[in-house]
Design a protein. Structure first.
Length: 272
């Protein structure tokens, strides 16, 4: 018997500990939620560590993690599965959500509000006392494995009302709120992930914190922790700080000349 048959979730197991530094009591709260297999929403700005947090929790709990990046073209069949032709004819193939439900993984739907509401409605029976997934095309009702948990995330800062989560969906979840870490913790994270000194990391964090003051005043979002790590990696590899920040922050964040000039001013204040 090959490994894929023996362990259908082998590809989703996290073997090494993902680096994560708690900013509060989110680890303890998640563990409590998981003990009841409670569905969770993770809310927070892009690049603040929501996905890394889920990876860390899946590793610490010893559970596989099935992750889907949601988008407006995703259909219910992309989640639950479909019939496909193979060498023996037509056969049913479980989608990633069904795989997690059957075999007891944590299923993480990243940026869930990017998916159409007629697609995400399939999760409703999984997020109440029923804990079932109907496969209408197959005529099967899949009862969730005892270890299955559903986690979704989204950024409430820039969603239009058309893409907001319906109350009938939102009220099925508990929620954890995330934000960028405080200055010292964010510098520690950037230093570790980019493998640069704390002084350089602290300068990058200062740029980010200045940019975040421009949110809703010309920028939809400020510089994320992820962007700081990108900048640190380039600087570590010999790219000048100005060029690194221009590439990973200024050009990535805005096309507006005034906003770009403001961001360059923040960089110049740190690196001259």
């Amino acid at each position: 018997m090959n490994a894929a048959v023996a362990d259908p979730l082998a590809a989703y197991r996290i073997e090494t500990e993902p680096f994560y530094r708690p900013a509060g009591n989110e680890v303890a709260l998640y563990r409590q939620a998981y003990s009841h297999r409670m569905p969770l929403i993770l809310k927070g700005p892009t690049g603040c560590g929501k996905t890394r947090f889920v990876e860390h929790m899946a590793w610490s709990l010893g559970r596989p993690l099935v992750t889907l990046a949601c988008n407006e073209d995703m259909t219910a069949s992309d989640l639950v599965g479909r019939y496909l032709l193979d060498a023996d004819g037509t056969a049913w193939h479980d989608g990633p959500l069904t795989l997690a439900v059957r075999h007891g993984a944590i299923c993480y739907l990243d940026e869930v509000v990017e998916a159409r509401q007629d697609t995400t409605v399939v999760i409703h029976p999984l997020t109440d006392a029923r804990r079932v997934l109907p496969l209408d095309k197959k005529g099967e009702l899949v009862r969730a494995h005892p270890d299955f948990q559903l986690v979704v995330s989204y950024n409430p800062g820039y969603q239009s009302s058309a893409k907001d989560m319906k109350p009938s969906t939102r009220q099925r979840f508990a929620a954890l709120e995330f934000d960028y870490p405080d200055r010292a913790l964010e510098a520690e994270i950037v230093s570790h992930e980019a493998q640069v000194g704390l002084d350089l990391a602290a300068r990058l964090v200062t740029i980010a914190r200045c940019s975040r003051e421009l949110k809703q005043r010309g920028l939809d979002e400020g510089v994320s922790t992820r962007m700081l790590i990108y900048a640190g990696v380039l600087i570590r590899d010999g790219v000048t700080p100005r060029e690194s920040c221009e590439m990973t922050m200024t050009r990535a964040l805005t096309d507006d000349p005034d906003m770009a000039s403001a961001l360059r001013g923040f960089v110049e204040a740190q690196f001259g």
